[in-house]
Design a protein around this ligand. Sequence first.
Ligand SMILES: C[S@@+](CC[C@H](N)C(=O)[O-])C[C@H]1O[C@@H](n2cnc3c(N)ncnc32)[C@H](O)[C@@H]1O
Ligand code: SF4
Ligand code: SF4
Length: 370
Amino acid sequence: MKIEDVQLIQIDSTSYCNLSCPQCGRINPANGNLSVDITLKHIDPDVIFKNLEFEKMPKLKSIGFLGDFGDAIMHPKFESMVKTCLALPQKPYVFLGTNGEVHTPSWWARLGAELKDEKFFVEFCVDGTANTNKIYRVGSRYDLLIANIKAFVEAGGKAAQKTIIFKHNEDEIDEIKRIAESLGIDTVTFIQNDTSRFVEDTTVKQIKEKYKPISGMDVFFKNEKVAFLEPTKFTQSELNAYDVRGSSYNLLQDFFTLDIVNNDACSNFSRGWIEITYDGTISPGCCHSGAHLMYNLNDYQYIKQIVKDFDKLNLNKYTLSQILSSGFVERLENALTSSRVPGVCQRMCGFQSDGTVEFTKRYQMHTVKL
Ligand SMILES: C[S@@+](CC[C@H](N)C(=O)[O-])C[C@H]1O[C@@H](n2cnc3c(N)ncnc32)[C@H](O)[C@@H]1O
Ligand code: SF4
Ligand code: SF4
C-alpha cells in the first residue's frame, strides 16, 4: 500500500478512558486496574496530522475516532480534531464510537447542533439498561449516558447505537430497543460478546494450544470483585434478527464501503485502511493495533519479526509516506504468503500457514458486515 491508496484512517487518539470494562485491552482483568502494557497518553494532533500528509491522499473517504485502548471524548482536543478532519478538501466522513459518558448534556447538545449538517456521526455503546449497563461498562453512569444521547440527538446530531449482548442483558433486548427508539436513535446493532475474551488466562489467550474457553469470569474494579460476567447463549446470526435499521445505518455503511485499490493480500491494506495506535504507531486496520505494546503475548513475537523496529512505524517521528515505504508493508505481504503468517492474521483473516485462507470471523466486532 502507498499513501495515495489510503481511504480509511482509524485513530486511537488516547489511552485515557472514564470506564474500566473488564475485557478491554487497557484493563487487567485480574484486578480491574490499568494494564501494565498501557501508558496513559493522548496523541498530539499537531504532529500526527502533519505527518499523516492528508494532502497526499486523494481517495481519503473516512476517518474514525473509535479507539482500541481509550475513548476519544477523553482527548482534550477532540472537537478541534474532528473539525480539522471535516474541513479537509476530500470531505471525509468522520465517525466517533464512544461510551458517551464524558461531558455534560449541554456539551453534547452543542456538538450535535454545530455538526448536524456535516458528515459527522456517532455510535454510542449502550450495553444494557439502568440495572445492567454497569456490569460490563464498569464505572458507568447510565443516567448521564441517556441524557447525553438525548441532548445530542435532539440538537440534530446523527447517532446510532451498538449493544454488546452478554448473558446479563440477553433478556433485555426489546427493552434496550424501546429505550433507543424513545431517544430518537434509528439504528441499533446487537453484537455477541467477543467469545475469544472468555478464556482461562488472558496472558496466553493468543497461543492456540493453550486457549481454554471459560464459562464466566469475575469482574474486578480497583481490586474488588464487583460482578460475574457470562457469555450470551445467542449466536451472532440470532442477534442480527433484532437489529434496527434507519438512516444512520446508511452513514455507517458509506463510511466502511471502500474500493479495492491495490493487490495486497492483507484485506485492510488492499482497501487502503490504516490504524494509528495512541502512541503514534501505524498498523493495518485495528488487527495489529497495540500488538507492539503487549510484550507478553504471542502476537508481539510474530509482529516483531515483520516490523523489526516499531519506532520506524511511529508517526511522531516519520511521515506516513516514509512509514509505508519502510519495508513493513512488503514484509507483511510476504509473510501472508509464506509459513510465517502472523497469528493475528490467522485468527482474524483466516490466513493459514499452508497457504490456504479459511472463513474469517474478522468483522464480527464491526457494526457493518463487510
Ligand atoms: C475498545 S472500544 C473503544 C471505543 C469506546 N471506548 C467504546 O467502548 O465504545 C472499541 C470497540 O470494542 C468493543 N468492545 C469492547 N469490549 C467488547 C467485548 N467484550 N466484546 C465485543 N466488543 C467489545 C466496543 O463496543 C467498541 O465498539
Ligand atoms: S469504554 Fe471502551 S475504551 Fe473504555 S474501558 Fe470500555 S471498551 Fe475500553
Ligand atoms: S489480520 Fe492481518 S491480513 Fe487481516 S487485515 Fe489485519 S493485518 Fe491484514
